[in-house]
Design a protein around this ligand. Structure first.
Ligand SMILES: *[C@@H]1O[C@H](CO)[C@@H](O)[C@H](O)[C@H]1NC(C)=O
Ligand SMILES: *[C@@H]1O[C@H](CO)[C@@H](O)[C@H](O)[C@H]1NC(C)=O
Ligand SMILES: *[C@@H]1O[C@H](CO)[C@@H](O)[C@H](O)[C@H]1NC(C)=O
Ligand SMILES: *[C@@H]1O[C@H](CO)[C@@H](O)[C@H](O)[C@H]1NC(C)=O
Ligand SMILES: *[C@@H]1O[C@H](CO)[C@@H](O)[C@H](O)[C@H]1NC(C)=O
Ligand SMILES: *[C@@H]1O[C@H](CO)[C@@H](O)[C@H](O)[C@H]1NC(C)=O
Ligand SMILES: *[C@@H]1O[C@H](CO)[C@@H](O)[C@H](O)[C@H]1NC(C)=O
Ligand SMILES: *[C@@H]1O[C@H](CO)[C@@H](O)[C@H](O)[C@H]1NC(C)=O
Length: 309
């Protein structure tokens, strides 16, 4: 049993503790918003510096980025959109502005970026691997420029990437095996480049894929059987490459396909007889200029939505 003095000591200690907690909480309430504000301002300054670094590498004959100056908040610069709450850059859209030069690696510092569109310009040099640091990036549109070198495998770290469009450039080398880690990818468009090597088997792991568009490259070898796993694939456009061997039978299992274009390759073998029943949504089927033996199966003309053979 505790004596009366013990009890009063305990109660005064607990009163003191409550007082201390109360003071501490007051301090915290005062401190937190300032701290968060401080972090936000630091992030905004990082975005601004990154944008200025990007501007310094752009050749801009028509002064499209003249609004990228210190008299205007960067969220109001041409082609820039910021998030409403955090005021960090979420969109970089400078398509069709006759811009040249290179894309600065500092783009990898715009950590809130979700959408990049630099389509229809004259950007040269490589796609900076630092883009792989943009974990929120959903769309990367780079088509119709002069980007060269290999596609950086580091892009596979953009775990939210849904759209990768880079047709009409000078890209070479392989499609990175690591792209199989882009588990939200829906559109993969890299036509009209100089890509070589085989289509990676790992693509079969991307169950979200709806379109594979790789026309006019120098890709070769057998198509991976794993493509048959892509149950949402709508467009498979692989014309004018050097793909060879049999068309994998698993491909004829993808009933979602609407367009199949395999012209000008080195495929051989027979097409399955009941093609149309496998592809109820088929609209475009073009496999000409290969070494496919036999005639097109009669069933193909029965595919009700078929528009072009
Ligand atoms: C900064 O951008 C604004 C908006 O485009 C423009 O009116 C102004 O002339 C620019 N200032 C400089 C110094 O370029
Ligand atoms: C990114 O920001 C850091 C500091 O926040 C800076 O040191 C670096 O140079 C910037 N650019 C790149 C490409 O990392
Ligand atoms: C490529 O971009 C240029 C503008 O830079 C445009 O005139 C041309 O039509 C584009 N080409 C294609 C095939 O989209
Ligand atoms: C590649 O991506 C990782 C993960 O996002 C990042 O840590 C690294 O800095 C990137 N590499 C380059 C060269 O930017
Ligand atoms: C697909 O993913 C599984 C599970 O993560 C992995 O074990 C396998 O190696 C991947 N397949 C390919 C072809 O990358
Ligand atoms: C296919 O390979 C042949 C022989 O190596 C080559 O001449 C031809 O240009 C290649 N075609 C394509 C589209 O890569
Ligand atoms: C086609 O799909 C069925 C059912 O999922 C499966 O049993 C069969 O092995 C597949 N055929 C090929 C060639 O992948
Ligand atoms: C394809 O035809 C074969 C033989 O005529 C038949 O056994 C098979 O069920 C057909 N497959 C489909 C998907 O219609």
């Amino acid at each position: 049993m505790a004596s009366q003095t013990d009890q009063s000591i305990i109660s005064s200690i607990s009163r003191m503790a409550i007082m201390l907690l109360w003071c501490a909480s007051l301090l915290l309430v005062g401190w937190f918003p300032t701290a968060i504000e401080g972090i936000t301002i630091k992030g905004q300054e990082r975005d601004r510096q990154a944008l200025l670094a990007i501007k310094s590498q752009i050749h801009d004959p028509f002064k499209v980025t003249s609004s990228w100056n210190n008299s205007l908040p960067f969220c109001q610069w041409k082609g820039i959109t910021c998030g409403r709450r955090h005021r960090r850059v979420t969109t970089l859209d400078l398509s069709k502005q006759q811009l040249g030069g290179t894309l600065s690696p500092h783009v990898g510092n715009l950590s809130f970026l979700r959408f990049i569109n630099l389509q229809d310009n004259n950007f040269e040099s490589v796609i900076p691997p630092e883009i792989g640091r943009l974990s929120r990036l959903q769309t990367l549109r780079l088509s119709n420029n002069s980007f060269g070198g290999t596609i950086p495998a580091n892009l596979s770290h953009c775990s939210n990437l849904a759209v990768f469009i880079a047709g009409r450039n000078n890209l070479e080398g392989n499609i990175p095996v690591e792209f199989g880690n882009l588990l939200k990818l829906e559109i993969l468009q890299i036509p009209y480049n100089h890509l070589t090597g085989q289509l990676p088997t790992s693509l079969g792991n991307i169950s979200t894929l709806q379109e594979i568009f790789l026309r006019e490259n120098h890709l070769q070898g057998r198509l991976p059987d794993s493509l048959g796993l892509l149950k949402r694939l709508v467009r498979l456009l692989l014309g004018t490459n050097n793909f060879s061997d049999l068309i994998p039978p698993s491909l004829f299992n993808i009933s979602s396909l609407e367009s199949i274009e395999l012209v000008k390759n080195l495929f051989h073998g027979n097409l399955p007889v009941n093609l149309s029943s496998n592809f109820p949504n088929l609209r475009q089927f073009n496999v000409g200029l290969n070494d496919l033996s036999g005639t097109l199966p009669e069933s193909i003309s029965n595919a009700s939505k078929l528009e072009r053979c």
